[in-house]
Design a protein around this ligand. Structure first.
Ligand SMILES: C[S@@+](CC[C@H](N)C(=O)[O-])C[C@H]1O[C@@H](n2cnc3c(N)ncnc32)[C@H](O)[C@@H]1O
Length: 301
């Protein structure tokens, strides 16, 4: 099964990108025709970000395509067969391809129709673009866009305040607390060395006990932070499985290494990437993070 970009509606180049893309997702067992995801890449004229924000979320990254492949090929993850009931969140959504794919697949699966998909990022222009991308797709499935900065999610286990230490919430950029999720997804989040600790702390705050996070990024020699991410999660009591080089290992059903690379590259070219040689040379790693259920969650204390 593959996710194919099938066209661009405007072809207008901004930041070397074609800014309107349409992806086609094989729909599996319930629909005869593929699901279509429409996506707009943000432009420099949308830029109104704060001085500490980066514009990496203006464009759609290779890992988002791969995470969408992964979700499409592993429907049990979105169905939540192994997790409690609850909503789904995308961290560092950028253009939101992975979250949009999750919403489309959930919408196509009646069993999860009550679950909400929450898209998050810290860049204001990216958040505006995310809202536009959701509108482009006419979802019936519940959805929300929230401003979440990983820097705001303090590592609660270090708190001396017992109430705060046991808090089961995360905070948005206005300081409002929100509930936790059964599934957290994220593509290409670990770019700088301190991202590992920040993303691990955010997952810890935002994930329900018994919940799962799937974080997919380029293999470790391409990004700082990937190597230390598993230990940052384990230090918080979460378990981590690392599945490296998923293209070469051909571990995710439907991947035919060369054909998948080629299709990925076609997608990236459509997205405006001029890094064909670089991208062809790299593979991807999937981190599966599980937050164990403790006795307190049963109210036995
Ligand atoms: C490399 S981009 C990946 C975007 C998207 N997931 C994709 O794969 O196309 C990293 C994303 O993380 C977001 N980001 C970076 N630092 C962040 C922070 N401290 N809090 C929340 N989001 C952040 C950026 O705005 C950007 O959207």
């Amino acid at each position: 099964m593959v996710i194919l970009p099938v066209g661009s509606s405007y072809g207008k180049k901004v930041m070397s990108c074609i800014n309107h893309l349409t992806f086609s997702i094989p729909s599996g067992r319930t629909l005869e025709s593929p699901l279509q995801i429409r996506l707009h890449q943000a432009s420099t004229k949308d830029e109104n970000q704060g001085e500490n924000e980066t514009n990496t979320g203006f464009i759609m990254w290779p890992s988002a395509v791969m995470l969408s492949h992964y979700l499409s090929n592993n429907p049990h993850v979105l169905r939540g067969d192994d997790t409690p009931d609850g909503d789904v969140m995308e961290l560092g959504s950028g253009c939101g391809l992975a979250g949009l794919t999750a919403a489309a697949l959930m919408q196509n699966d009646g069993s999860t129709s009550d679950d909400k998909v929450v898209f998050t990022d810290y860049n204001r222009a990216v958040l505006e673009n995310l809202k536009r991308n959701i509108e482009l797709n006419d979802f019936v499935v519940q959805h929300e866009v929230l401003a979440l900065d990983w820097f705001d999610q303090q590592p609660l286990e270090d708190s001396s305040d017992p109430v705060e230490k046991e808090a089961n919430t995360w905070v948005d950029m206005d300081g409002t607390s929100h509930g936790q999720f059964r599934l957290i997804i994220g593509a290409d989040l670990l770019v700088c060395t301190n991202d590992a600790e920040l993303v691990a702390a955010t997952i810890y705050r935002a994930l329900m006990e018994g919940g799962r996070a799937l974080i997919l990024g380029p293999s470790s020699n391409r990004r700082f932070g990937l190597a230390t991410f598993p230990d940052a999660c384990r230090e918080k009591g979460m378990t981590v499985t690392v599945d490296e080089n998923i293209l070469d290992a051909n571990r995710t059903s439907g991947f035919d290494t060369e054909r998948s690379r080629q299709k990925l590259m076609n997608g990236l070219e459509l997205g405006g990437y001029n890094q064909r040689a670089n991208s062809l040379g790299h593979d991807f790693t999937v981190f599966t993070i599980d937050k164990p259920i403790t006795t307190t969650s049963y109210g036995l204390g």
